[in-house]
Structure formats: structure tokens, C-alpha cells
Ligand binder design. Structure first.
Ligand SMILES: [Zn+2]
Length: 367
């Protein structure tokens, strides 16, 4: 589909061949703006099997770099130690992706774009899962990769990123400091910058497309964990696009979940103000982001869908993650189980709120 890039803040417009991750004029994030009149869906699109590559017409690339990402299960939650019989609760389980998290969906588009634009080297900032995914996809595509990660990051994840063939640069400071460093490194060396930017957001839309295609009844609520806010913004965009194509009728309400030990998004939503940078103290490293890059877009998504946001204590997320493993055999890291923990938190506050409703919680990763 034909597209151009538009700055989310100042509205500057750039061509599809622009290889930078932020607006040249104001430094804000960019948005892929499609000319939907050029969107050609193949005959029988709606009856095709829900999987990442089915949605190629909705991505800004001609071909994916694919390792078999996506096509994850939408499973009915059984007993998870907490009775939820009155709720039609489903889990979108992303842990079976090639590198164990939903990030692979974004990497398949982002690395494909880097290749299309002629780059041989990429870099990114990461809290762990992103770096592992990008390193793996870059290696598969024959590209060099450098990952910037906080010195206090998860040791096991750092080890796995190195094993995937990437060069690691340890950064003194949190994730946002890693982002700054990676962005400078990319600009200086003329590398393609991967991470939570517009192309990744496009690839991650397939989480939302699959949820709609796999659901017999459109979900009333979709719970999504928020680190950088990209996944929530992606799911929202997929819903908007399906609505535009007449595939989706009613819009599900989006619910953002964070750890109480790192809740810049949730506190901004609750207090009706802008997001402020905070120091992450959560053990859920996948969502330990003090200032979400896509925070504003994610706020818009939650507000426009009439959704909600909640923060859950790390200990409660751990408890839910253990229950999920014990009762359903689904492994998940803390950030991966946060959305489900958020659902139980909200239901605990108001036992009747979700009765008779169809709820989906995204289990994002298990590293
Ligand atoms: Zn701008």
C-alpha cells in the first residue's frame, strides 16, 4: 500500500524512502500514513487463516523477513487460581514467537524495511526482548546489529542477545538513556535505527488483526501491558484499519496495564495530564520504561475507545504469572503477565464490571 510519513507533533511530511526514525524538524515520532485507496485486499481475505503474513497488505513493506512469527493462539482461560466464570476471558499468548515475545512481529517488518532501503547494519536500544528479537532477525537477514542496553539489565537476556550475533553496548542509566545513546550512534554511523518507531508499530498490528480474526464475538475489552506504549498503539491502529475496511464493527475498549513500580502512563491517564518521566523500579524489565515513546498515542487510544488503565504491584503480577504456569502451563515473564494481572486487579475492584463481557488479555512474552 502506498504511504508517506507524517510527524505526530508538527505535521511535517516525509516520503516513504525516508530512513530516519524521528522528525527532522522537531524530533517527535513519525506515523505511517497510508493511502487506503491503494489498499488491495486479495479475494477471500476475510476467510484466510489468521497469521502475520496474511496482513502484508497492511504493512509498509513489499516482503517480510520472516522466521514464522505470529499466528499465536487465542485460548479460553480455564481456572487460573481465580474464579472468572462469569467472564469470557481469552488469552492471546505471544510466548511461542521465534524469540519468545510479540516483538518478532515488529522485527519482521522493521528488518525488511531496513533491507528494502539498502542498509547492511542496524542498531537499537532495548530492555532485553527487543534486542533479542532484532539481533535474531538482523542475523537471519545477514545484517550487522548493535544493541544498547542498560548495565543493570537482565543478565540472561544480555547473554542471549550476544549469542544471537549482536554487539552489546552497556549503558549507564535506564532504558531512556539507552534510547538516546542508540539514536546518536545511528545518526553518526548512518545506520538504520530499529526499536519502538513507526515501522515496528506497523508490524505489531498483527496482534490486533489476529485477535479480531480469531474471535467469534468481538471482544468488549482488550488488556495490553504498556512499556513504551507501541503495542497498544499498534493494536489500536489495527482496529481502526479493520473498521475502515468494514471488517470490524464495534471497537473494543483498550485497557493499559503497568507495574505500580513504573507507572508513568497510568498515573498520567488517571490524573488527566501529560506523561512525566519517572525512574523505573519494577522487576518487570520488559515494561520498565520511565517515559513511553508512544505514550501520547497510547493515551489517545485508551481515551478514544472508552478504555481504562491500571497499575498492579510487582508481587501481584508475579503471583498471576505463577498461577498461569501452574494451572494452564503457560510460562510468562513479569511484563508478559502484566495485562492479565491488570484484569484481575480491575475485577477485584468491581466484581460485576466484566460479567457477560468478552475480555482478551495479551500475554506478551516469556524470556
Ligand atoms: Zn515534527
Amino acid at each position: 500500500m502506498e504511504y508517506h510519513l507524517k510527524c505526530y507533533d508538527c505535521g511535517s511530511v516525509y516520503g516513504a524512502d525516508a530512513a530516519f526514525a524521528r522528525c527532522k524538524r522537531c524530533g517527535s515520532i513519525l506515523e505511517v500514513k497510508y493511502d487506503y485507496a491503494t489498499l488491495g485486499l486479495p479475494k477471500g481475505f476475510e476467510s484466510q487463516k489468521p497469521r502475520h503474513r496474511k496482513y502484508l497488505p497492511f504493512y509498509p513493506v513489499k516482503k517480510l523477513v520472516s522466521l514464522g512469527e505470529g499466528e499465536s493462539g487465542l485460548v479460553r482461560a480455564g481456572y487460573i487460581g481465580i474464579p472468572a466464570d462469569e467472564v469470557n476471558l481469552f488469552l492471546k499468548v505471544e510466548t511461542g514467537n521465534p524469540t519468545g515475545s510479540f516483538k518478532d512481529r515488529g522485527s519482521s517488518v522493521e528488518i525488511a524495511k531496513a533491507k528494502e532501503l539498502g542498509f547492511g547494519e542496524v542498531c537499537c536500544a532495548s530492555t532485553g526482548n527487543m534486542g533479542l528479537s532484532i539481533a535474531t532477525y538482523a542475523d537471519y537477514a545477514g545484517m550487522k546489529c548493535t544493541v544498547f542496553i542498560s548495565r543493570n539489565g537482565n543478565r540472561e537476556k544480555i547473554h542471549r542477545i550476544r549469542k544471537a550475533g549482536a554487539k552489546i553496548v552497556l549503558v549507564d542509566g535506564d532504558f531512556n538513556k539507552s534510547i538516546e545513546t542508540a539514536e546518536r550512534f545511528a545518526a553518526r554511523g548512518g545506520l538504520f535505527l530499529c526499536g519502538d518507531y513507526h515501522y515496528r508499530k506497523e508490524g505489531q498490528k498483527s496482534v490486533g488483526f489476529e485477535i479480531i480474526d480469531q474471535s467469534k464475538k468481538t471482544p468488549d475489552y482488550v488488556f495490553v501491558p504498556v512499556g513504551n506504549g507501541t503495542l497498544l498503539a499498534s493494536v489500536y491502529k489495527s482496529f481502526l484499519e479493520y473498521r475502515r475496511m468494514g471488517i470490524l464493527g464495534k471497537m473494543p475498549k483498550l485497557v493499559a496495564v503497568q507495574s505500580m513500580q513504573c507507572d508513568p502512563f497510568v498515573s498520567a491517564f488517571k490524573e488527566g495530564r501529560e506523561i512525566r518521566h519517572i525512574k523505573p523500579r519494577t522487576k518487570a524489565d520488559a515494561i520498565a520504561v520511565g517515559f513511553p515513546t508512544f505514550g501520547f498515542e497510547a493515551l489517545t487510544a485508551v481515551r478514544k475507545t472508552g478504555g481504562d488503565a491500571t497499575a498492579v504491584h510487582d508481587n501481584a503480577i508475579l503471583w498471576v504469572s505463577q498461577k498461569l504456569k501452574k494451572h494452564m502451563g503457560i510460562g510468562s515473564e513479569l511484563g508478559g503477565a502484566a495485562a492479565l494481572a491488570g484484569f484481575f486487579e480491575m475485577r477485584g475492584d468491581d466484581m460485576r464490571r466484566f460479567d457477560g463481557k468478552t475480555v482478551v488479555a495479551v500475554i506478551t512474552g516469556d524470556n
